[in-house]
Design a protein around this ligand. Structure first.
Ligand SMILES: [Zn+2]
Length: 182
């Protein structure tokens, strides 16, 4: 790809906002709850892990729900939290799950996905995640280690996760569009 085209696509991805597309009852239940913890520097992460009593998973990693908020900031919350709550009800540039390796004061993102059924962000939202992590100064894998492809069923409205390029609604069997459609 030509450099200028690549740069333009990168900037477009950074600017694309995702709105909440999940169930309305969850959206209203979390309204007014505090947003996820803003991580402005690497030094914010270790206290968050301690203060919220996060426990490492079997691989020794700390899992968290994350969003990149409309201002490009990384916000994280307990893994059981809804993304819309982490976002404080606002728009996001990306959302998903992050897995941190923490050794002393050293923090690294080992795995990261765009798995958020609340926002259904595209894999192409990665540049916003990379920019936020680079702002914080946390090393990252340079891509979503797990990419989720979301499509809304045009017939029944179900939010689907497309696996193995099988573009068929899991509820009604209708064909799903090839283009992202939320
Ligand atoms: Zn359907």
């Amino acid at each position: 790809m030509e450099m200028t085209t690549r740069l333009r696509k990168y900037r477009e991805a950074m600017r694309k906002f995702y709105r909440y597309v999940g169930p309305a009852e969850i959206g209203s239940r979390v309204a007014g709850h505090p947003a996820g913890q803003e991580i402005a520097s690497m030094g914010d992460l270790v206290p968050w892990v301690r203060d919220t009593s996060q426990q490492p998973d079997r691989s020794g990693l700390i899992a968290a729900t994350f969003v990149i908020d409309a201002d490009g900031r990384l916000r994280i919350a307990d893994r059981r939290s809804e993304h819309i709550a982490c976002a404080g009800g606002g728009l996001v540039l990306s959302a998903g799950e992050m897995f941190f390796r923490i050794e002393g004061e050293l923090v690294e993102v080992v795995e990261v996905s765009n798995q958020s059924t609340g926002f259904c962000p595209e894999p192409e939202s990665w540049p916003a995640v990379a920019a936020a992590l680079e702002q914080v100064g946390v090393p990252h894998p340079g891509r979503f280690t797990t990419e989720i492809v979301f499509r809304r069923c045009p017939q029944c409205g179900e939010r689907n996760i497309v696996k193995d390029k099988w573009f068929v609604c899991g509820v009604c069997g209708s064909e799903l569009p090839k283009e992202w459609n939320f």
